[in-house]
Design a protein around this ligand. Structure first.
Ligand code: G6P
Length: 366
């Protein structure tokens, strides 16, 4: 009801703004990295496994893609991420020493549950879920679990569930690294500090809302948009494009920026807004030359740029500056900005933001 919405116009907006609190809640009580955070048997299981298979759908699948970058770079374990509805209908090569990780807000998605059972039937019995509902089928079916504390998510388009999944997956990354002897005390202290600061960092991104609203007015008049990200922000570009599609019905695609020249550049005209995620990381210079390719074709760049990237507004180049660069956890901040862009674009187009046409919050049939 209206009372529950407080100052917000839609549940989606309310849920976007709840993120600082629920990400904090999800990490609450984590004062050190220890396998037991994931369940009593976690230490034994984590010792046994030497690879990870992530199964999920929709937004949860993009959380999995982000986790692949984290786990491979920090814990040095190979990771496969599979769309649940595809995984169970193809022949894959199972390996008994796999940690199977399902990611699900509801814990009831039929495809993800079936994929989990498929993995088990192939002999992979070490299972863990990152799930937002402690009483769900997914939690009952998995040996290990980490319960995100996003609270009830009403908006069909997932927002706060996603960022809490990322927080939990980063915790999993650090835990796997520790069990593998790849996490120094200094690193542990550094990452824990960064995680504790996430609510504050997220709040300062959400404070950019007025600038995002100005962009959304422009976006509302478009029928297509391209999202670019590189490395760990490519999955975030995918999620940004998905959010825009789901609620504003604008056709959006995401590409890793280096792949532009292999196709999507042909679509770029003055009519094409190109949303670019520009973290201040090792790929920044590469990304800048990708941006130049777009500008040279008259494309309109809308760039979310971290401080000190030296990307400034100009002809065909619009910039919103994120207040700090957040290292490996940067995807959690950048996605919040993209959620706001999708929300305000949909608002400007007058769509049914919380209940987009043809979509359901939880898909419990195949
Ligand atoms: C539906 C929802 C999405 C969600 C997906 C997976 O498609 O509309 O927002 O990402 O299901 O749901 P799950 O509950 O398994 O995370």
């Amino acid at each position: 009801g209206a009372a529950e919405l407080g100052p917000y116009r839609h549940y989606m907006q309310k849920e976007i703004f709840e993120q600082p609190r629920v990400v904090g809640d999800t990490l609450e009580g984590v004062t050190g990295i220890m396998p037991e955070l994931f369940g009593d048997q976690a230490f034994r299981v984590f010792k046994e496994i030497d690879r990870v298979l992530i199964l999920a759908c929709g937004t949860s699948y993009y959380a999995g893609l982000t986790a692949k970058y984290w786990i491979e770079s920090v814990a040095k374990l190979p990771v496969n991420v599979e769309i649940a509805s595809e995984y169970r209908y193809r022949d894959s090569v199972p390996h008994p020493s796999t940690l199977v990780v399902t990611i699900s807000q509801s814990g009831e998605t039929a495809d993800t549950l079936a994929a989990l059972k498929h993995a088990r039937s192939l002999g992979m019995t070490n299972t863990l879920t990152i799930c937002n509902v402690s009483t769900s089928a997914m939690v009952r079916e998995c040996k290990l679990a980490y319960i995100t504390r996003a609270g009830v998510e009403v908006g069909v388009a997932s927002t706060k569930a996603f960022t809490t999944q990322l927080a939990a997956l980063f915790l999993l990354t650090l835990t796997l690294a520790q069990v593998n002897g790849r996490l120094t005390d200094e690193q542990e202290a550094h990452y824990l500090k960064q995680m504790r600061h996430l609510p504050v960092a997220l709040s300062s991104v959400l404070a950019l809302e007025p600038q995002v609203i100005a962009w959304a007015e422009e976006f509302a008049r478009k029928e297509n948009a391209l999202f670019l990200g590189r490395g760990i922000h490519y999955p975030i570009a995918l999620e940004g494009a998905l959010k825009l599609k789901e609620i504003s019905y604008i056709h959006a695609e995401a590409y890793p920026a280096g792949e532009l020249k292999h196709g999507p550049l042909a679509l770029v005209t003055e009519e094409m807004p190109v949303v670019t995620i520009a973290p201040n990381d090792a790929l920044l210079e590469k990304l800048k030359s990708n941006m130049q390719e777009v500008r040279a074709r008259g494309g309109q760049l809308y760039v979310f740029a971290d401080v000190d990237t030296h990307i400034t507004s100009g002809e065909g180049l619009h910039v919103i500056r994120l207040p700090e660069h957040y290292g490996l956890l940067s995807p959690i901040l950048h996605v919040a900005a993209l959620q706001l862009l999708a929300y305000h674009t949909a608002l400007a187009r007058g769509t049914d933001v919380d209940k987009p046409r043809n979509l359901a919050k939880s898909v419990t049939v195949e």
